[in-house]
Design a protein around this ligand. Structure first.
Ligand code: ACO
Length: 325
């Protein structure tokens, strides 16, 4: 039976120029390249410059994705932008991007699920496209986490970086089988009881400040591997696919040890795992589209490949998605 699918037709990214290495960080806080690499796999991260706001990074990633799709901005009628670091409390960063792209029709909105934001945004756009209300969506993950870090706290400031990535999804008719191109499944979860394990200690309503990121790293790590394995197994059960069917595994890039432990637990071949955390750090909602763009740029994704995404972030929120490229 024919079924509408959201097919990936374009991919783009943008990284700020400034690189902050572990050695430079070790001059600011009591840490070392050795500690950071051993515990996280991170070697360097990008830092947005003055004026490089989340919407600026997002617009550049979006322009690259639209060009890669062979489209023009007017072809887009939906923008879903995942971020935890919006330019302003309101209006949404997505509407800033819409304006910068010169789009005057359709809808644009932000989505907040911290590091799971891209998987949430992809699932949301997929539902809009499959419902038939929109034809082509830009799904963007963009962050400037450097702006909400406490640069005196070595337990958090070494982990994060800035950047943006975007996909263009287009509604097309498929056969309704797992051989179809497009988003084949998405599974989203949240459990708000874990607020204080990963949060920002400020906000317009609670404190009237922006605040800084706070995290109980060990606790986040403990929950991450279990939750991620569960939500991937759910995707496999729902589609009848398994680890051997996956061509590329693109996890949220928080920590190399979490990525490797999750892949091991699910018997995913290490050669299929995309790891960019050493160069980008954790870029929250931007990490998955940045990792996809990196693999795509290296020619590691071909049409027809099955790509598995997963992420977990503050809330907690977590999710998985299967895409046939
Ligand atoms: N440099 C040197 N030493 C450090 C640093 C640092 N940057 N940070 C912490 N330490 C010290 C600690 O103070 C502690 O010292 P102590 O034993 O004297 O008290 C020691 O190193 C060990 O600290 P732990 O926190 O136990 O180290 P752990 O092995 O758990 O690694 C880490 C910490 C890397 C944060 C790990 O727990 C982790 O990756 N957790 C998951 C984090 C994550 O993925 N967060 C993102 C989620 S996504 C989102 O929504 C934003």
């Amino acid at each position: 039976m024919s079924m509408r699918r959201s097919v990936v037709v374009g991919c783009g990214h943008f990284l700020p120029e400034t690189i902050l290495t572990n050695a430079e960080l070790a001059k600011r806080v009591d840490t070392s390249d050795e500690w950071i690499v051993e515990r996280t796999g991170i070697r360097e991260r990008r830092i947005a410059g003055e004026g490089e706001t989340t919407s600026v990074l997002a617009t550049k990633a979006a322009q690259a994705a639209i060009a890669d799709a062979g489209l023009v901005p007017d072809d887009i009628d939906l923008i879903v932008l995942a971020t935890a670091t919006p330019d302003y409390t309101f209006p949404s960063t997505a509407t800033q991007v819409q304006a910068a792209l010169g789009i005057r029709h359709g809808a644009a909105f932000d989505l907040q699920a911290v590091c799971s934001g891209f998987v949430y945004a992809l699932a949301t756009a997929d539902n809009f496209l499959r419902a038939g209300s929109h034809k082509r969506a830009l799904v963007i993950g963009a962050e400037t986490f450097s702006r909400i870090l406490d640069w005196t706290d070595r337990t958090t400031c070494v982990l994060f970086g800035d950047g943006a990535g975007a996909l263009v999804l287009e509604a097309r008719e498929g056969e309704g089988t797992i051989a179809d191109r497009g988003v084949l499944s998405s599974h989203l979860r949240s459990d708000g009881r874990h607020f204080d394990k990963l949060y920002v200690d400020g906000g317009p309503s609670a404190t009237m400040t922006t605040g800084h990121l706070r995290m109980e790293g060990k606790e986040v790590f403990r929950h991450a591997v279990t939750n991620l394995a569960d939500i991937i197994e759910e995707a496999f059960r729902a589609t009848g696919l398994n680890a051997d069917d996956i061509d590329l595994f693109v996890p949220h890039q928080a920590n190399r040890r979490i990525i490797e432990a999750t892949a091991r637990k699910l018997n995913i071949d290490p050669g299929k795992v995309v790891v960019t955390v050493e160069k980008h750090g954790n870029t929250s909602a931007a990490s998955i589209p940045l990792a996809i763009a990196s693999a795509y740029g290296e020619g590691r994704i071909k049409q027809g490949d099955l790509v598995l995404l997963e992420a977990m972030g503050g809330g907690f929120t977590w999710g998985s998605a299967l895409i046939r490229w």
